[in-house]
Design a protein around this ligand. Structure first.
Ligand SMILES: Cc1cc2nc3c(=O)[nH]c(=O)nc-3n(C[C@H](O)[C@H](O)[C@H](O)COP(=O)(O)O)c2cc1C
Length: 154
């Protein structure tokens, strides 16, 4: 089992940050020995990704660069610019995507994450958690997913 999990998240209006709060609280209960580090995407470096024992990346979907369905601008900058060509072979990884069903490309930042996964050579622990619309009444789903994440980390 990895001794630590690094959570890197990007959040503009606080939805993704809230989901990360729920995940972290839930992990504390199921894996008390796991050290969890949290870093905002705008502060994160390539070294943070390279040094992590396991990684959880979380982002809302945005119209970065003018087109809908993209990663949040800070997550985009981290993964696509700062970490271009970074290799993270077999690094255990999980992804959390948020979106809103008022947009045609609902929560499609997931694809940005999966492209990054393929390019860096990481190993996905479980399918991404996709949270559509406000997360505040979706704790049960988030906690169920976190249980599976904990099992994957064990
Ligand atoms: C400018 C802008 C563009 C957005 N584009 C999309 C989109 O293409 N697809 C989608 O599902 N949601 C889109 N959203 C909704 C956000 O992804 C959603 O509200 C998310 O929960 C925000 O998370 P955050 O508060 O952590 O940043 C957009 C929101 C804004 C303000």
């Amino acid at each position: 089992m990895p001794s630590s999990l690094t959570i890197i998240f990007a959040s503009i209006s606080g939805h993704t940050e809230h989901v990360v709060d729920v995940i972290e609280a839930s992990l504390k209960k199921s894996l008390p020995a796991l050290v969890v580090r949290r870093i905002r995407a705008e502060m994160a470096t390539k070294e943070d990704l390279e040094k992590a024992d396991a990684l959880l990346l979380a982002s809302g979907t945005w119209n970065t660069g003018g087109a809908e369905g993209q990663l949040n601008p800070y997550m985009h900058e981290l993964l696509i610019d700062k970490c271009k060509d970074t290799k993270l072979p077999a690094k255990p990884m999980a992804f959390v995507s948020l979106g809103d069903d008022r947009y045609y490309f609902t929560a499609r930042c997931t694809e940005g994450f999966l492209r990054f996964l393929k390019e860096c050579g990481g190993k996905q622990i479980l399918p991404p958690l996709i949270v559509v619309n406000e997360p505040y009444d979706q704790h049960e789903r988030i906690e169920r997913w976190t249980e599976k994440l904990a099992t994957g980390l064990r």
